[in-house]
Design a protein around this ligand. Structure first.
Ligand code: HEC
Ligand code: HEC
Ligand code: HEC
Ligand code: HEC
Ligand code: HEC
Ligand code: HEC
Length: 314
């Protein structure tokens, strides 16, 4: 079964924006269009890590447009957090002043949703979907059974590449960045999960099932992650916490944590569990985008050893 990417159809339609009419926009020639076999967009919605963006509530209501849903999972299979945080978006819901005019000028979502790295801003309902208008599109067929069967067409309709990169080569760097490489991660069969059935992103990355880009410039090589473990001694009987820099710096830039959440000095931050639950410190990400706090023993891994204060450990 072949499902045509709605991009092809929608890009030629007239759309109203803030009272003005946007002129016809034709898909530019270096944009390659993907045709997924046996896959729909229905899988995108309602996942752990989705952020509803509705800071501009009044303008949205006035225009009769639903709020935006930003799906983290759909982006993090393609990009490490460091691509977006903190340079494009501050990693705090509601902290970014976005509107259609700065997005259309290439800021925020417009950094990629510009018809080059991803479909452009004329695709209103793909972002403005918080009312669930797109949910009915969900189909029973949600997996690519064979990722090699994906076909990429160029704008003249010729085959540019396939999911079988070994045979056909990649379609081009910019497309590779947005699309081609990460298809395996879209196949539910392959996804390692935690005990709640959520994606285990650590195992997923370790198994090489995703290879998210560290930068929007394909020629930029990522720094090696920093291997530095810190023992955080808990009050009471609960096992101590080990904070691993390695997994975090694989995904994140230092500035997502230092110094806004933690100073670069072991033991300097006075943390406790109720603050974490309220969204401070580790709770800025865990339970929102990273694995939930109910998974106690992923953080509280170290039986009490008599250590009295936080320290760097092996
Ligand atoms: C790539 C994602 C994306 C696409 C596509 C998109 N928007 Fe938006 N839009 C946003 C975001 C993010 C905001 C900010 C929402 C907020 O902070 O409440 C926004 C805000 C708005 C607002 C309220 C603020 C303002 O700028 O007036 C309106 C109205 C709006 N969009 C209309 C549209 C229309 C019409 C289209 C299609 C032509 C569209 N949007 C396409 C992401 C998108
Ligand atoms: C493609 C860009 C992009 C990538 C990649 C990305 N994020 Fe985000 N992130 C966003 C946007 C957009 C928001 C919403 C900001 C807003 O509401 O103003 C957000 C919000 C957040 C928030 C705040 C959530 C809340 O409810 O307060 C956290 C925490 C966060 N991101 C962490 C991460 C982590 C960790 C990763 C990597 C695993 C990541 N992000 C990857 C774009 C991205
Ligand atoms: C770093 C680049 C980047 C940024 C920044 C970014 N996106 Fe995306 N986004 C992508 C790519 C690449 C895809 C996959 C495109 C494809 O499948 O053709 C995507 C896919 C999506 C999807 C998946 C749903 C669908 O129908 O394909 C949604 C929704 C979305 N983006 C919304 C947003 C919103 C809202 C923002 C801003 C708040 C944003 N994105 C910012 C790169 C980005
Ligand atoms: C996800 C959050 C996070 C990220 C990202 C992060 N760190 Fe840290 N870092 C911490 C925490 C938590 C501590 C311990 C703070 C405390 O005990 O008060 C720490 C402590 C440190 C320390 C103190 C070690 C010592 O010997 O006392 C240094 C140095 C440091 N980080 C450097 C970095 C650098 C460099 C990066 C980027 C490559 C980075 N960190 C990225 C969370 C983070
Ligand atoms: C994302 C990591 C993380 C997860 C998951 C987590 N904790 Fe914690 N926990 C911490 C940190 C950090 C501290 C503070 C350590 C310190 O004092 O420096 C802490 C402290 C505690 C303390 C010591 C008393 C206090 O209030 O500070 C208890 C008890 C505790 N956690 C119980 C739990 C339980 C029960 C769960 C599961 C429901 C859990 N934690 C899940 C990170 C985590
Ligand atoms: C800026 C976001 C952010 C902050 C702050 C943060 N984490 Fe994480 N953490 C992540 C991401 C992303 C992962 C990768 C796994 C995932 O996404 O579920 C992760 C993974 C981990 C893992 C690895 C689990 C495994 O299976 O190997 C541990 C342990 C952990 N975090 C503990 C902590 C503790 C303890 C703190 C606070 C001292 C903390 N994290 C603060 C984003 C964050």
């Amino acid at each position: 079964m072949i499902l045509f990417d709605p991009l092809i159809l929608n890009s030629y339609r007239k759309r109203k924006v803030e009272g003005g009419i946007m002129i016809y926009k034709i898909v530019s020639h270096f944009v390659l269009i993907a045709i997924f076999i046996g896959m729909t967009y229905g899988t995108v919605f309602g996942e752990f890590g989705d952020v509803v963006i509705s800071k501009q509530k009044e303008s949205l209501q006035e225009a009769g447009i639903p709020a935006v849903i930003f799906p983290h999972w759909f982006h993090r299979i393609r990009f490490k957090c460091k691509v977006c945080h903190e340079s494009i978006f501050i990693s705090k819901a509601g902290a970014n002043d976005m509107n259609m005019s700065n997005i259309a000028k290439g800021a925020y979502c417009g950094k990629c949703h510009n018809g080059k790295i991803a479909w452009d801003t004329l695709e209103c309902p793909r972002c403005h979907m918080a009312e669930g208008t797109n949910l009915k599109e969900t189909s029973s067929e949600t997996s690519i059974t064979d990722p090699k069967k994906i076909i990429y067409l160029d704008s003249s309709g010729k085959i540019a590449s396939t999911g079988n990169i070994k045979e056909s080569g990649v379609a081009g760097n910019i497309v590779k960045l947005g699309k081609g490489e990460h298809v395996k991660a879209l196949s539910p069969k392959e996804i390692p999960r935690d005990k709640f059935g959520l994606v285990d992103w650590v195992k997923l990355a370790d198994a090489g099932l995703i290879n998210p880009a560290p930068d929007l410039d394909p020629s930029v090589k990522d720094d090696d992650p920093m291997d530095l473990n810190i023992l955080l001694v808990t009050a009471g009987k609960m096992e101590d916490v080990v904070y691993p820099h390695k997994v975090h710096t694989w995904w994140l830039n230092c500035d997502s944590c230092h110094d806004q959440l933690f100073t670069m000095e072991t033991g300097a931050t006075d943390m406790n569990m109720s603050g974490v639950i309220k969204g401070d410190w580790c709770g800025r990400c865990h339970a929102k985008v990273a694995f939930p706090l109910e998974d106690c023993m992923r953080c509280h891994v170290k039986p009490k050893s008599g250590a009295k204060k936080a320290q760097v450990i092996q």
